[in-house]
Write a protein that binds this ligand. Structure first.
Ligand code: RB5
Length: 146
């Protein structure tokens, strides 16, 4: 799979775990993240990931900041993006099966490395269920009112 990755300084530690996990499994990485613990602004590393997913250059994205909040808020500004903040594997799995999440967001300062790997396992191994969830996803855009 082609996977776009982005992170800020607070996501640097878990970024390393993510890159290793992806490479071990033969995924192709588009790296838009910061490769250093020096302070940066997370939106600068999120928009390129969202754009890559929107264009289809990447099938999914993975974003990491300190809490996961900033990266998920930024990514979800993009109409076609469904970015899910996940801190346990079950939520990652449900973000795929119910929400068809196309970007996984991790809280780099609040997730242990083994848990991050379990979250990645869950996210990548779960398919979207469709059905009623498809109907709900179609209702995500802000409705236009007369
Ligand atoms: C950086 O200190 C921190 O604010 C950032 O990584 C993120 O948690 C923002 O939502």
């Amino acid at each position: 799979m082609k996977v776009a990755v982005g992170n800020d300084h607070a996501g640097y530690r878990i970024r390393q775990v993510v890159l290793e996990w992806l490479m071990e499994r033969g995924h192709e990485v588009l790296d838009f993240g910061s490769a250093s613990p020096e302070s940066v602004d997370y939106p600068d590393h999120v928009h390129p990931v969202a754009e890559a997913v929107k264009r289809g250059d990447a099938e999914v994205g993975i974003l990491v900041c300190g809490t996961g909040q900033g990266v998920s808020m930024t990514a979800n500004k993009h109409q076609e993006i469904r970015a899910a903040l996940c801190w346990i594997p079950e939520i990652a799995s449900l973000s795929r099966s119910h929400n068809d999440a196309n970007i996984l967001c991790l809280p780099g300062r609040y997730v242990e490395e083994n848990v991050a790997k379990d979250i990645l396992d869950a996210f990548f191994s779960t398919e979207f269920e469709g059905g009623r969830h498809e109907r709900r996803i179609r209702k995500l855009p802000v409705p236009s009112r007369p």
